[in-house]
Write a protein that binds this ligand. Sequence first.
Ligand SMILES: Nc1ncnc2c1ncn2[C@@H]1O[C@H](COP(=O)(O)OP(=O)(O)OP(=O)(O)O)[C@@H](O)[C@H]1O
Length: 245
Amino acid sequence: MSRAAIGASELLRLDAVSMHYGSGENSVTALSGVDLSVRRGELVAIMGASGSGKSTLLTIAGGLVTPTSGEVIVDGEWLRDASPKRMAAIRRRTLGFVFQDFNLVPALTAHENVSLPLELDGWKTGKARRAALDALRLVELEDRASHFPDDLSGGQQQRVAIARAVVGGRSLILADEPTGALDSQTGELVLRMLRTRIDEGAGGILVTHDPRHAAWADRIVFLRDGRVVDESRRDDPTALLGARA
Ligand SMILES: Nc1ncnc2c1ncn2[C@@H]1O[C@H](COP(=O)(O)OP(=O)(O)OP(=O)(O)O)[C@@H](O)[C@H]1O
């Protein structure tokens, strides 16, 4: 693929990505020739049965795992060419992860949890704290900044996790079942916050089992046995219904 072919609005591209775990007789094919693109302002849902490769796709997109073959391009950078130092910088500055179990540090306030990645990245404390407060404002939790995770509801904790994922201008949000531990009303609130951030110019992948949650995405990509078997757009409800049937 020509490097010039990557558009400025394209935050993520997976090009013919395959992933095999193990070797020989015990080898498991988790992904097989997957192509995927995520643009700014676009949320892509990934659906598929357990074991279809959703989490593997997310960890590869986030540079946590190198695929067996194929290319991963994040915000114009070929991850295969990135040095470990550069890779760490891309993870800190461009990528934000949101997990099902929030992953907040219990001994730190909401404000400190959000500013921590920036401080680890060398930001001055004052600047990092101001950026963290801006991110908490985005998820409407500015007034809970000094609370510890234990003093926040599950939905509030997940909103802190979203703030931490986008703080400092990170643009690609990778969310793995971010509503799994929440009741449906709170889960919807969290998805609305995620959607707002995407509409402001980030891009994202949402791994989910729930079609109601996938409906927040612009596109749904269906995986089966590590392959993309179908794709539906939100503006094409007939295709969506057909694909889910
Ligand atoms: N570290 C690993 N070592 C070996 N096999 C693995 C590893 N991680 C995943 N697999 C296998 O790769 C395949 C895809 O797994 P993956 O976790 O990506 O699927 P998934 O769609 O996210 O599943 P779930 O919905 O249950 O989380 C499965 O067969 C799984 O057993």
